[in-house]
Design a protein around this ligand. Sequence first.
Ligand code: SAM
Length: 268
Amino acid sequence: MIGNMGRHKKRFGQHFLHDQHVLQQITAAINPQAHETIIEIGPGAGALTRHLLPNLNQLTVIELDRDLVPGLNKLAASSDCELAIINQDVLEVDFKTLVPATNSLLRIVGNLPYNISTPVIFKCLESSDIIQEMIFLLQKEVVDRLTAAPGNKSYGRLSVMTQYHCQTEYLLDVSPEAFTPPPRVDSALVKLKPHDTPLDLLEHKTLQTVVRNAFSQRRKTITNSLKTLISISEIEALKINPKLRPEQLSVEQFVDLSNHVSTTKNVD
Ligand code: SAM
């Protein structure tokens, strides 16, 4: 094991996986292929990294904690795979610089620090044109929200904004005992795959505004919560029932509302 295993830094969300069965399940879900461009966020002490390395020619890891870098360097020295270690905050890394000369798309994986998982996901969504797929271990509640369908109590802003960009798939549950130290919440593995053909959207920022307003008061009808943006007759003209509440609308319907607002209002 890499040094420093005994001291876990809470501020970096360090919960290291030790359950080999779970690590094998995650590796099987990732199914790494030698030629792929895989980026692992938050390798920590290398629990998942050492499962990925034997299958790959090249792997890039992004780890913020510099105390973990010597251990990762040792891991690199003992492997035939070329391991590139970026000692930086993932939120500051420009993913475009990680796209290889062959222009192949990125597969981004990781047992994410739960305190920054939503910003990491939003950052990835912004780069969805250069990403083939993401497989993340996250707080179960977040995975529920990412994968929720309309009508589900977890369906909300995160579901709509993620599903506009990606197909989402709930892969498996991971219990707290699989980690050292165990987190206080359940975890789950999720796959996010950017759509080959995204829905036609005129303005991303308008979709953000519409979705934010709609879900700001979940129990209000969309007529009520969107009244500054769109009228009841305009909603009806889009063939959407104006009495619906936001959790009853599909992603396509949010895109229709947003495209209409884009043509009639100047949204900041
Ligand atoms: N992959 C390891 C495992 O499964 O045992 C560690 C996972 S641990 C939940 C999250 C890792 O992300 C930690 O190693 C932590 O230091 C690192 N980390 C935290 N914040 C980060 C950030 N902003 N950028 C990059 N890495 C970060």
